[in-house]
Write a protein that binds this ligand. Structure first.
Ligand SMILES: *[C@@H]1O[C@H](CO)[C@@H](O)[C@H](O)[C@H]1NC(C)=O
Length: 305
């Protein structure tokens, strides 16, 4: 009896508190549910969306390299190259402290045919105003231990320890079977190959492992965690010659045409990536500009492909 009476005598404020708690709980539940649905978008799907956005960049921002562009690493392109005896030559600037980059390496078995295709399509129309990435150094930037925006100086022994930690990571990574999803030209004039992962370790996983292995690395990294890209070339100015039938179109339309020709030729290219490099770049963008660097090469250790 006593109990019943107690039960019936729950005060009005208590009911309100109960109701508000229930409502709050319900709202939190809805939010959590929605987040988990966001999370469940696959890395592959996120990559596709990112690449679509990159493809639209030129449309949205115009070809800024025809005026004066900045690269993705926020360095002015015209600062990067000079004409020396009629040859485009990179202007190498010492990186102080050296940049420490971890990159996946694309073997020349795959990079040379791509480089040949890029050259055959762009060379005839860009006399001097183009820089081709060295095909022995095609790479996918993964994670920086130190970069030019946030410098993380390290002693020789700290660098040795970092390299060992990266070697340990490489042993747990499975070779990546990848497919060239598309080639895009950014508004800054970089011709970029964007890749999808068919099997093997996902770039998101690789970057997470590297972050765990390199706790002092800059919190803000240079690239989206899902991204798997390699630079093929940098356009530095206007095309020098146009085919006759292109005379009536704008520069931008002509650039789209060239990119589309390249896409027709090489999209769908398949490759297997089996090496992770720990690179000390003594010059800014050394990997991209054939600068001075020290490379430690690690084979990916997991045998599952
Ligand atoms: C391309 O890179 C390789 C390997 O680092 C190097 O031996 C070669 O000299 C480079 N080529 C050019 C044109 O710089």
């Amino acid at each position: 009896m006593v109990r019943v009476r107690n039960y019936c005598s729950i005060s009005k404020p208590a009911i309100w508190i109960w109701l508000i708690s229930a409502l709050t709980f319900y709202l939190l539940f809805l939010m959590a549910n929605r987040n988990s649905r966001e999370w469940s978008i696959s890395n592959a799907e996120q990559r596709s969306r990112l690449y679509e956005k990159m493809e639209k960049d030129l449309e949205d921002h115009g070809a800024t390299f025809l005026k004066q562009g900045e690269t993705t690493q926020s360095l002015s392109l015209s600062d990067l190259f000079i004409l020396k005896d009629g040859v485009v030559t990179p202007v190498l600037k010492p990186a102080n402290p050296p940049v420490r980059a971890n990159v996946l390496y694309l073997n020349p078995e795959y990079s040379v045919p791509i480089a040949d295709a890029v050259r055959s399509i762009f060379s005839p129309h860009f006399d001097k105003a183009i820089w081709f990435q060295n095909s022995s150094l095609y790479h996918f930037s993964m994670f920086h231990g130190s970069h030019h925006i946030t410098a993380v100086p390290a002693s020789e022994s700290e660098i040795e320890a970092e390299a060992n930690a990266v070697r340990a990571v490489s042993e747990s990574i499975c070779p990546l079977k990848i497919t060239l999803d598309r080639v895009v030209l950014t508004s800054t004039g970089v011709l970029v190959g964007c890749w999808q992962v068919d099997s093997g370790s996902d770039p998101v996983t690789i970057r997470q492992k590297l972050r765990n292995a390199l706790p002092h690395a800059p919190a803000k990294q240079l690239y989206d965690a899902v991204m798997l890209h390699t630079s093929f070339a940098r356009l530095l100015g206007h095309p020098s010659s146009w085919p006759e039938e292109a005379n009536k179109v704008s520069v931008l339309q002509f650039l789209y045409e060239l990119v589309s020709r390249l896409n027709n030729k090489i999209h769908g290219t398949k490759a297997i990536v089996g090496e992770l490099w720990y690179v000390e770049e003594y010059d800014i963008l050394a990997l991209a500009l054939d600068g001075r660097m020290k490379v430690r090469k690690f084979q990916l250790g997991c045998s599952k492909v």
